[in-house]
Design a protein around this ligand. Structure first.
Ligand code: UDP
Length: 478
């Protein structure tokens, strides 16, 4: 690894927590193997990135986000969370293209051996090429969602159906994968800017040096092989990146929102029996209408299992109001005293999932959460909303067979669907926590968790993939 230090890799994550976290974890994997690692971000994203870096040997380099006169955005609106409203999101996506110049100045100055940039920065392939530097794409995804996306893009099976709800088969992909148009990532944000961004992203990926997947071979061998051998893409699976420990997780929070205190949470978990607690979290971006939250509350209560629930509701602006939790069913908090932990803030998810008291996870199936659940060996209730989450849910349910669906067809709230009812939630929770097939599901989940840990250890598949990536970079540098 002394040799590795001669290599310098520059990481450029997209400005959203769900992208920053795995990218910083990935940088940590490189740093741990002796590679000089730098992360580029903007001033307002720097505090979150810095907290996520913690004590790791990673350098942070900040560039300036273009000013309000150029973007039409308010001052400080530098991540997709503060730009969630659709009108802002478009301006925000356009503003990120203006970062090309300051980013190239960093390349000129540091001249790294490789740029690992997010899929949402397609222009970085050209920027890197100007300086003769290879660019690698990081989606933060595994091979199954990457394969589905590639097949949808190539064969466009969605163009042959007449409605959003008519199922179609994803062609030329192992496993008879059936989807509806409503479940495609481009649909909820069916606008030109977003679709063009996805097109550009795809084009820049085809010109890039390759793709790093946040996965490990044993999790999805059929799709890892399909991606590299059938689709002919160059890819390295270096994950699960969350296993390269984030030692400062307790300090990480979403903006200024207070989260659950790690120690308090640990103490609470210690009082619970093994595999008795269900953890409920829908990632960093999702929100639900009150009617849905109420059903979740009632479903959890009816399931009769202790729970930790990270409530995703409304925007930060309304936080004070939301804090009152007025939408909760009458007397819920009193009845749940000692039985349920509810937070509006940021939860120490890795710690919670890894705790032996936790026996199930209701997840929106963001790939990070999906993989973190796999690592922890917990069966999951899958509740996808948007992006590739429907693909990931399908993976957990039908391929890894460690997930139970709540049967959602679309994002409740965004697409105006009916809330998922209390009875359905209760049933799904009971199925993963105590149902007949649970023992078998839990055994499979634990087995995968064990394989995940082996993959990143010396001699494991991800560990070896890292070596071959380093070799590829070296031979390219000569
Ligand atoms: N996360 C967390 N605490 C929370 C919410 C989320 O630590 O209260 C972390 C979670 O562990 C994961 C990431 O945030 O690493 C969310 O990424 P994911 O891909 O699951 O979903 P997204 O936020 O991108 O929708």
């Amino acid at each position: 690894s002394k040799e590795n230090r001669e290599l310098h890799v520059l990481f450029f994550p997209f400005f959203a927590n769900g992208h920053i976290i795995p990218c910083v974890d990935l940088a940590r994997v490189f740093a741990a193997r002796g590679v000089t690692s730098t992360i580029v971000t903007t001033t307002h994203n720097a505090p979150f990135v810095s907290r996520t870096i913690g004590k790791s040997q990673i350098t942070l380099r900040t560039i300036k986000f273009p000013p309000p006169e150029e973007t039409g955005l308010p001052e400080g609106c530098e991540n997709s969370e503060s730009a969630l409203a659709p009108d802002k999101l478009i301006k925000f996506m356009k503003a990120t293209v203006l970062l090309q110049h300051p980013f190239e100045q960093v390349l000129q100055e540091l001249h790294p051996n490789c740029v690992v940039a997010d899929m949402f920065f397609p222009w970085t392939t050209d920027s890197a090429a100007k300086f003769g530097i290879p660019r690698i794409v990081f989606h933060g995804l595994g091979f199954f969602p990457l394969c589905v996306s590639a097949c949808i893009r190539t064969y466009k099976p969605q163009d042959k159906v007449s409605s959003y709800t008519e199922p179609f088969l994803v062609p030329n992909l192992p496993g008879d994968i059936t989807l509806t148009k409503m479940q495609l990532p481009q649909v909820p944000r069916d606008d030109e800017v977003f679709c063009k961004l996805l097109d550009d992203s795809n084009e820049s990926e085809l010109k890039s040096f390759g793709v790093i997947a946040n996965s490990f071979y044993e999790l999805e061998p059929v799709y890892a092989d399909h991606y590299t051998k059938v689709l002919g893409r160059r890819a390295w699976s270096l994950g699960p990146v969350s296993l390269c420990k984030r030692e400062t997780e307790e300090k990480a929070s979403r903006g200024n929102e207070a989260g659950i205190d790690k120690q308090e949470c640990l103490k609470w978990l210690e009082t619970k029996k093994p595999n008795s607690v269900i953890y409920v979290c829908f990632g960093s971006m999702t929100t639900f209408p009150d009617a849905q939250l109420k059903e979740i509350a009632m479903g959890l209560e009816a399931s009769n299992h202790p729970f930790i629930w990270v409530v995703s509701k409304g925007s930060k602006k309304n936080q004070e109001e939301d804090e009152k939790l007025e939408w909760l069913p009458e007397g819920f908090e009193e009845r749940m005293e000692g039985k349920g932990m509810i937070t509006r803030g940021w939860a120490p998810q890795l710690m919670i999932l890894e705790h032996e008291a936790v026996g199930g996870f209701i997840t929106h199936c963001g790939w990070n959460s999906t993989l973190e659940g796999v690592c922890a060996g917990v069966p999951m209730v899958t509740w996808p909303m948007y992006a590739e989450q429907f693909y990931n849910a399908m993976f957990l349910r039908d391929i890894a067979r460690i997930g139970v669906g709540v049967g959602v067809q679309t994002w409740v709230g965004m697409m105006g669907g009916e809330p998922v009812k209390k009875e359905v939630i209760e049933k799904a929770v009971k199925r993963v926590m105590e149902g007949e097939e649970t023992e078998e599901t839990r055994r499979r989940a634990k087995e995968l968790g064990k394989k995940a840990k082996e993959a990143v250890e010396e001699g494991g598949s991800s560990y070896s993939q890292f070596n071959s990536l380093i070799e590829d970079l070296r031979s390219r540098a000569q």
